[in-house]
Write a protein that binds this ligand. Sequence first.
Ligand code: FAD
Length: 581
Amino acid sequence: MGINVIEHDVVIVGSGIAGLRAAVEIKRKYGERVNVGIISKVQLMRSHSVSAEGGTAAVIYREEGDSLSLHSWDTVKGSDFLADQDAVWLFTKLAPEEVRLLEHWGMPWSRRPDGRLALRAFGGHSFDRTLFAGDKTGFYEMQTLYNKLLEYEGWERYDEWFVTNIHIEDNEFRGLFALNPRDGDVYLFKAKAAVLATGGAGRLYSFTTYAHTVTGDGLAMALRAGLPLKDMEFIQFHPTGLVPSGILISEAARGEGGYLRNNRGERFMARYAPQKMELAPRDIVSRSIMTEILEGRGFKDEASGIEYVHLDLTHLDEEKINEKLPAIRELALKHAGVDPVEEPIPVRPVAHYTMGGIHTDSYYRALNHEGRWVRGLFVAGEAAAASIHGANRLGSNSTTECLVSGRIAGELAAEYALRSKEAKGPSRERVLREEEWVYRLVRKESGIPTYQIRRELQETMNEKFYVFREGGSMRDGALKIEKLEEIMMKEAYVEDKSRIYNTDLILAIETLNMLEVGKVIARSAIARAESRGAHYRVDFRARDDREWLKHTLATRYGEKDVRLLYEPVRITTWRPTERRY
Ligand SMILES: Cc1cc2nc3c(=O)[nH]c(=O)nc-3n(C[C@H](O)[C@H](O)[C@H](O)COP(=O)(O)OP(=O)(O)OC[C@H]3O[C@@H](n4cnc5c(N)ncnc54)[C@H](O)[C@@H]3O)c2cc1C
């Protein structure tokens, strides 16, 4: 059997803000000297990034009192002191230029009446520094980057191709494998360098703001290739997921002045964060909402049984809502039958962001478990843990990180490719094994369909690894995940036997990836016997800097097990203090 081989200098997996930004950087700096392939399992412009609503944080007006130091401090404090401070500094320093570059490339940022860039408040930022384009910021950022990319030659796109594994040998990136849905063949991509920009893993939960496609594939591939995932216990629950669907009601709604109220009509945030109120960081607001609900001060959706609180915008001008929050109004009307101009919106905390990711240094170079760079491999965007966000990400810092990390990873990947002689690629035998691995489940004649396994995994994550966590219950969750993994190995099968657009097969591989990542989240969370940022344990309610001011690194151990290692946090400027808002 012949092997299909495609060759590029740099291959980018993922076409969200991070992947596109990396591609633009390579093209604008190196032009046709570096040939680029962009692979995305969805049509290039349908990556989850298009749904980013609220905005992008950067220091724009120093003359008005903001500073890089303040942005860094807010980010570090927001992270509950788990962020690496050198990475944070680099991030805040590069952010303003990213905003200006986008502006030059045609980004329609919202404006102040005098024509200058407008800024809005966002949780945990002590200064209004969130740039936005209405409440469809991600959509416009994607369009802008894509338009820019179209100016260049020497790149190829592989829409709807599904990457199954990356190949690392001698601590060096050697290529990756992708399923072409049009012919059902597994292709080998040979490249001198790769940027993984595969996004987060939020679909491990079913109550989530993420697109159905965000299944943590890149993270699972890294694990299978022997690389560590960092700080995976930290999953962000955004305070305001629309009930019952989980669709995001952007923090912009509170940034523009919205209130949170319980069933007595109280603005309950006064009890938990008297100064920042609704604009405290997300981990704190989510816990406050859940405390209100658990203590009986919430509401209940009779049809779904889901409990919630109210996000109240009724005191805002209709004109302001139409101008600044048009998508919010539309989403609430269409998906909850509520017009925010007249009635409060039903909301509760919802899985929204993956703080952890593939272990990298501050320059987004992938690291192995000994801290050595895996030559030729870079990670950008939500898939990376550099770590800027530590235990809790501040709203509007993520799209910024996609831009900054895309730029850094793109540039370094191109330079590495220019220095390398040839793309080595794995052995023929390894390629044939990949085909075997991919089609294993298709060859089975009967068994359990994988969507059932996926659903059970999501229910387990919703229940056992949510806002409040507890040792015993998490251990039950971990056992359940292991059981599901066993079912996946022994009994799962794919009903569709065709080779052309076999989406059933892709769903199965995604489910396998979700199980791998779920297991790591569970193991990392059970081990961390403290509460920090988004990881809150009712059996260990305090932060414990003596024992736990360190990053978790989880690697695969044998075929099934997970091994945990730890690495110190890089503290350059601020010692941890108590977090008050
Ligand atoms: C609803 C919502 C609203 C948000 N709003 C904001 C906001 O206002 N401000 C902010 O800062 N952040 C926001 N965030 C977070 C932010 O949008 C994301 O963290 C960011 O967009 C992630 O971008 P990315 O480029 O890393 O990955 P994504 O945009 O998730 O893209 C991942 C890419 O990887 C590809 N991929 C994945 N697996 C495979 C595979 N196996 N084979 C091939 N391709 C693959 C996908 O096709 C896709 O192209 C929001 C998130 C959500 C879910």
